[in-house]
Design a protein around this ligand. Structure first.
Ligand SMILES: [Zn+2]
Ligand SMILES: [Zn+2]
Length: 288
């Protein structure tokens, strides 16, 4: 596997229309990767209890108390992301949002943590509305989730280990409870055909799901599940469901996961699916 930068260049060469959104993600990824803020996911209600909750279908962060350590780390990262975006001169709009947020954070030092906690709990920034005047809510939620995705990584790894023994056959995220944005059809090591992973549209957790069937409504009637193929992109497709009218963007290749499963990188698939009358289930992240 090459460097992320090389993979990204390659991806954009074929899809130049993603250049602007890629610039935003490039800066956020670099900020998060270079950050000194440590990821400390430490909500541990005990393995036995966690397993019981997971078996009942309760996502980890709904079963446990909101993790103070992860919220604090995410708030630190969130501020770093906003600072990096304010310094980057990407687009006028993003510049404006980032600078307004910097000012809001200066005025209210507890604001980043308050936003992170609210996004984690309700996927909303309603409670901080007054402090965020003039800033697109979706932009704030998006930046908050990028920080959270990194801060929750230790927790995601732990949940992934538990899921090896206690399969999570649900269509929503075992960590945060949100819906998947992208699927990945992959070959298993055992050579037993293909399996499917889903990727959370919010915290980016990945989990195994049944290979055939709509994760949004559970429908597995084959004739209601259709695939929209893309002539010039053999590694990508759109899985649709006639019952709930939702679609799942799916990567069928291997080796390009970091970009192909990132949601923003397949923005053009969202447009195609919508044009054909399907709706995006789950949260629509900023820019996608
Ligand atoms: Zn999640
Ligand atoms: Zn469905």
């Amino acid at each position: 596997m090459g460097t992320m930068e090389a993979e990204l260049k390659n991806w954009l060469k074929k899809r130049p229309y993603l250049g602007e959104i890629a610039g935003l993600h490039r800066i956020i990824t670099a900020t998060v990767e270079q950050s000194a803020v440590s990821a400390t996911g430490n909500a541990d209600p005990g393995e036995e209890r966690t397993v019981k909750e997971l078996e009942k279908g309760i996502p980890f962060l709904r079963a446990a108390q909101t993790d103070g350590g992860a919220v604090e780390s995410a708030a630190g990262l969130f501020k770093e992301i906003i600072d990096a975006l304010a310094a980057a001169s990407l687009t006028e709009k993003i510049d404006d949002y980032a600078r307004l947020m910097q000012r809001a954070f200066e005025k209210e030092p507890a604001l980043p943590e308050q936003i992170i906690a609210e996004v984690l709990e309700k996927n909303s920034v309603e409670g901080s509305k007054a402090a965020l005047e003039g800033i697109d809510e979706g932009f704030v939620i998006f930046a908050a989730w990028r920080a959270l995705a990194r801060a929750l990584q230790p927790l995601q790894e732990r949940v992934a280990e538990l899921l090896e023994k206690h399969l999570w056959r649900r269509g929503y995220c075992p960590v945060c409870g949100h819906l998947p944005a992208v699927g990945h059809l992959l070959h298993t090591e055992k050579g037993q055909g293909r399996e499917r992973d889903l990727v959370c549209g919010c915290c980016q957790m990945k989990w195994r799901y049944k290979r055939i069937g709509c994760p949004y409504c559970g429908n597995s009637t084959q004739k209601q599940l259709k695939i929209i193929g893309l002539d010039d992109e053999p590694d990508l497709r759109i899985d649709t469901c006639d019952q709930c009218k939702s679609y799942l963007k799916t990567y069928t290749g291997e080796g390009n996961e970091r970009i192909a499963l990132a949601d923003w990188s397949t923005l053009h698939l969202d447009l195609i699916a919508r044009k054909q009358g399907f709706k995006r289930a789950g949260y629509q992240m900023y820019g996608v």
